[in-house]
Design a protein around this ligand. Structure first.
Ligand code: TXA
Ligand code: MG
Length: 342
């Protein structure tokens, strides 16, 4: 299959390229597109055959449901049977934006979007290209992250192209995404929201609007409980070389890296700009940025970078768990082969 690529700066819904991409969606084909979190792989959520193509292109397990992306609150209400009051408050504060609501579903979307569940995840993305595409298509668009299953989510069109060229009909190149990690997924079927996946909107932000917020016990890595978001049970975001997470002093980190180098191992080191300064020039480091927001935004690119850089192992330092740091550390723990504490 030829993958048509549109390079786009315009976010005008009258734009010819947006129209072409929206037409592809309406015709039942699969299109990659940028959102403010990561690139999505979209298909008409009301068309079962179209949605099946997403699972095939990604090699995604059939029991992992997809998020339906919509352009407005009004469109969101069409897909669900009930919306608790706190969700209206959250919509007011955070949508469009990186927040996904799990709500009781009606029959509007195809069954395979929900993977057999009675609920559906709905999100209004804030990226202008995503919004223009959704408005033009005029349909809810089912879209997981546009990576091959098990790989880090794509934060640039190049990542999508590397994974899926020839397996999807179209790809809108809208440049780098912003947040760089996926949306926060919250279960809104109970009295209070429950975070199933930390992401672009933090627990602290949610609490300011909705009051009490719970975190799914299945999120604790050591927990044996089955996570409620089916996607959270898979080893995710993993680069193909082993990843070690390091907690300890900068000196201990440097000693470890030196020891690895002396043993003849090619080590890639993923660190903040500040930590990068302790290493000598011959160390293979990749800087993730100076703030936790920058680190979130460049994390997946860093994981992909070392996959192509011919290293035997990646050592990554751990970061703050405050704010978006909670999502950063959640993704790193899921990607890591082991943790080293010194
Ligand atoms: O930022 C994002 O959310 C990106 C962009 C493209 O919007 N999308 C994304 O989709 O990350 P995906 O499919 O890679 O992750 C969706 C997560 C999975 O963990 C899935 O199991 C969970 O949301 N999920 C979807 N529907 C659900 C449902 N009805 N109940 C519980 N979890 C659900
Ligand atoms: Mg994903």
């Amino acid at each position: 299959m030829h993958t048509k690529v549109w390079k786009i700066n315009s976010t005008n819904i009258l734009d010819k390229d947006i129209h072409e991409a929206a037409e592809m969606l309406r015709a039942g084909d699969v299109v990659g597109f940028p959102t403010e979190t990561v690139y999505g792989l979209g298909a008409d959520a009301t068309n079962e055959t179209a949605v099946r193509k997403i699972f095939e292109a990604k090699g995604r397990p059939q029991d992992n449901p997809l998020i339906a992306h919509v352009a407005s609150e009004e469109q969101l209400t069409e897909l669900v049977t009930f919306i608790p009051d706190y969700v209206y408050k959250l919509i007011e504060a955070f949508s469009p934006g990186p927040l996904t609501y799990i709500l009781p579903a009606n029959e509007y979307c195809a069954q395979n979007v929900k993977a057999g569940l009675s609920t559906i995840g709905v999100r209004i993305p804030s990226h202008p290209v995503a919004l223009a595409l959704l408005q033009t298509a005029g349909k809810p668009v089912a879209a997981p992250s546009a990576n091959v299953s098990g790989k880090p989510s794509p934060t640039s069109a190049k990542h999508v192209y590397d994974d899926l060229n020839g397996r999807i009909a179209g790809l809108i190149d809208g440049g780098q995404t912003g947040v760089g990690l996926e949306s926060t997924v919250i279960d809104c079927t109970g009295e209070i929201p429950v975070i199933l996946r930390p992401g672009g909107i933090t627990k602290e932000q949610l609490e300011l609007e909705a009051g009490a917020v719970m975190v799914d016990p299945g999120l604790a890595v050591s927990s044996v409980d089955r996570p409620k978001a089916p996607g959270m049970k898979y080893k995710h975001y993993a680069p193909e070389v082993p990843l070690y997470l390091f907690t300890g002093s900068n000196q201990a980190l440097k000693d470890l890296v030196d020891k690895e180098k002396q043993a003849g191992n090619r080590v890639g080191v993923l660190v903040s700009d500040q930590t990068a300064e302790i290493f000598t020039e011959d160390t293979h480091i990749h800087k993730l940025g100076g703030t936790i927001e920058e680190i979130a935004s460049s994390l997946y690119d860093g994981l992909r970078f070392f996959k192509q850089a011919n290293v035997d192992k990646i050592i990554c330092e751990t970061f703050t768990e405050k704010g978006i740091g909670q999502a950063v550390m959640n993704r790193l723990r899921k990607a890591a082969d082991s943790e080293i504490k010194k």
